[in-house]
Design a protein around this ligand. Structure first.
Ligand code: AQP
Length: 328
């Protein structure tokens, strides 16, 4: 069996960028050789301020969305990170085996901290907690978006270094990135990634968004002054982003789209893309509405945490053993 692990923060409504990465979660569950663990990484989300009531609701919303996008709790383990103590315990052990120089190079920390007046130490050590999440399950594959490449490389470095120092302990994981849509960009500024924390509501499209909001966000998306429809991230990032969204959610190649819209302005492309997105997320919204209030959700998370605890506590024991801790 190959172990798969990934997580999403309950820090706001999942947007099309997150979902682009999460499509691989669903694909990987269909291979019976994969044992998939998908986590709601609530401990990561408190590295920036969260309203407790909102965090609670967002966590359950994300659990329902995991299932609504097609994850089957009978095939995969779904759980809350804060329900599994191995994550924080291993994070501490790894913090004592990693270096400030490594964390100082992390671009996500630089980007996020620059926009803040006070920065928590948790935000700084966020990549080590992520390394712990992954390494605690002897993970082989990590399906994520392109923005997590640097964190995953750090995870691999930490695992290899630990193995060299203490003897073979960790499985060294590999990333799995979407072929198209590995980085969906903001609709208002296509040079930055689509992000939950962007205060401009028209910069992103959430999976539970109304049709009217989807239409408004796409129709006002930044493009450029010429009207040629082609993929060119350097000179035409706005149009390239729209083509990418169309390709991911319309299941059509970018080449075919360039051909289809040749000689037409951006208006038609945008109008059709609105419909493609609305049609794609309609069944997700319907399934979500059925699930959100059900008691079944908490049961699924409880069972998931039990299984996650079983696997990860063994890995932590192994690590503590190697480091010389007395265990009974
Ligand atoms: N724009 C994106 N395009 C493709 N994939 C993306 N991911 C995030 N943004 C994009 C991928 O989504 C998964 C879950 O992300 P997350 O919630 O853990 O991380 P994040 O990067 O913090 O998400 P946001 O939306 O950008 O939140 P904020 O605003 O809080 O920083 C990951 O696999 C990630 O790669």
């Amino acid at each position: 069996m190959k172990r798969v692990f990934s997580g999403v923060q309950p820090s706001g409504m999942i947007h099309l960028g997150n979902y682009s990465a999460m499509q691989n979660f669903v694909k990987l569950q269909e291979d019976s050789n994969n044992d998939c663990f998908y986590c709601i990484v609530d401990l990561h989300s408190v590295t920036v301020p969260q309203d407790p009531k909102v965090l609670y609701e967002n966590s359950l919303e994300l659990a329902a969305l995991y299932i609504a996008i097609g994850l089957d709790p009978k095939k995969v383990t779904l759980f809350l990170q804060s329900q599994v103590p191995a994550h924080t315990e291993l994070a501490w052990l790894l913090q004592c085996n990693s270096y400030m120089g490594e964390l100082n190079r992390m671009t996500q920390f630089k980007d996020k901290s620059q926009k803040m007046t006070s920065v928590t130490t948790g935000l700084y050590t966020y990549p080590i907690l992520m390394a712990a999440d992954i390494l605690a399950y002897d993970t082989n594959y990590v399906p994520v978006g392109d923005d997590q490449k640097q964190h995953l490389e750090l995870t691999r470095d930490i695992a290899l270094r630990f193995n060299n120092k203490f003897g073979n302990t960790f499985t060294v994981p590999e990333g799995i990135y979407p072929k198209v849509g590995a980085r969906i960009m903001s609709l208002d500024d296509p040079t930055t990634k689509m992000s939950k924390s962007n205060p401009n509501e028209f910069s992103k499209i959430g999976l539970l968004e109304t049709d009217a909001k989807i239409k408004k966000s796409i129709m006002r998306a930044t493009t450029d002054s010429d009207s040629e429809i082609r993929l060119d991230w350097e000179n035409k990032p706005g149009v390239s982003n729209l083509l990418t969204l169309y390709s991911v959610f319309g299941n059509i190649s970018i080449k075919e789209l360039e051909e289809k819209y040749k000689g037409q302005g951006y208006g038609n492309l945008k109008k059709d893309l609105v419909q493609v997105i609305i049609n794609y997320i309609k069944p997700i919204k319907e399934r979500y509405n059925e699930l959100r209030g059900s008691d079944e959700l908490k049961e699924i998370l409880k069972e998931g945490a039990m299984r996650a605890n079983e696997i990860s506590s063994d890995v932590v024991k192994r690590v503590k053993d190697k480091m010389g801790f007395v265990q009974f």
